[in-house]
Design a protein around this ligand. Sequence first.
Ligand code: AMP
Ligand code: GLY
Length: 436
Amino acid sequence: MKVLLVGSGGREHALAWQLAQSERCSALYCAPGNAGIAECADIVPINAEDVDALVGFATDKAVDLVVVGPEAPLVLGLADRLKDAGIKVFGCSKAAAQLEGSKGFMKDLCAKYDIPTAAYGRFTDAERAVAFIKEHGAPIVLKTDGLAAGKGVIIAQSVEEACETAQEMLSGAAFGDAGTEIVIEEFLDGEELSFFALADGQSVLPLTSAQDHKRAGDGDTGPNTGGMGAYSPAHMMTEELGRKINERIIEPTIRGMAAEGCPFTGVLFAGIMLMDGEPVLLEFNVRFGDPECQPLMMRFSGDLLEVLLAGAEGRLDEVKGRIHWRRDTALCVVMAANGYPGAYEKHSVIMLDHAEFGHEVKVFHAGTVRDEQNQLVSAGGRVLGVTALGAAVSQAQANAYEAVDKITWPGGFCRRDIGWRAIEAEENNDKASMSC
Ligand code: AMP
Ligand code: GLY
């Protein structure tokens, strides 16, 4: 089979690495890819949001399956256009991408199908938004309806801050069109985890859980980022919790989307808050998380191409039982360019080619290119995702940082504490089992 993967981040490198291992994969293209992906796929210089060019390429090359990594092309309707051209695609339609692309759509769906989520209101009018905030008090959460590059969520600590934020968002000053409608919702206090499932329009194939670290600095401090590291499984995950997430959140969403006339095919990524042990939905994304996908793919055992093809063809039930997850923890440390998430250095040389890593380590590339001298140089904010397996979280963390330390890159930095909550929980469990 000829496969085209769309995207250029660490997530896509992890997907490309698994897809390339499939016996059924005769050609793997990636648009636009990066220097790491070039080691396992043919790079195609087409931007991930250039829908016309992607459809044209897939048609010319008679691609059998297109796998879409990021949400932006889905929101632009890439999956619909490919289907119209008779090309199979793993990724959701433009209508279904509203689950991520419109917070208001997602909240209304939850309300209609009894999916547990924070209480909310939708607003386009600043006066009504201010009245709602005054009625509910702070802390309170404000979200732009549309995509705002991960920055459209503000947790306001006071009523004044919330009112100012609402006015700024609705005026279009803060987030442009993405913010001219907003969702204001109840603040939920608990521990977060991410859960992933595949869907083929009707059936669900639950995958596994992960947790990421969104802040730039150690101890989860500093500015928000796309994610500075992640591990899988999430430490508070149990079989019982997985069942509840599936029955209360994932399954009703897939049924609801089908009933609404926009069946969901692709990856459903649920951001979950645990409130007294019960799962409450924070958000949906219509893609794998980045960097969560990197540890997921390290733990994945099976034929990814076979599974994604079954998803695209509405046959997910057939592949249930054919995928397994390593019991080990996989942990990914993101190495980012100095300055990230603010203005960051570009084109700094990364000395990686000389380093040797064991089979338990994989260095996924997120933002790299080769220069004229074939040196590896940085080409983005998040640049590498150093991912390692270990029997315990602490072992996975030690393996990942041992690998990080083999990489010489003065232009970059990483957090040194990825997985700390899970390691603390692991240590407490050890103490508890020693004392009984
Ligand atoms: P979202 O884009 O909706 O996932 O929001 C990004 C992050 O904001 C989440 O991962 C949470 O950490 C936080 N967040 C979103 N909604 C809430 C909420 N209702 N209560 C508390 N934190 C939230
Ligand atoms: N790491 C969070 C995300 O991919 O949205």
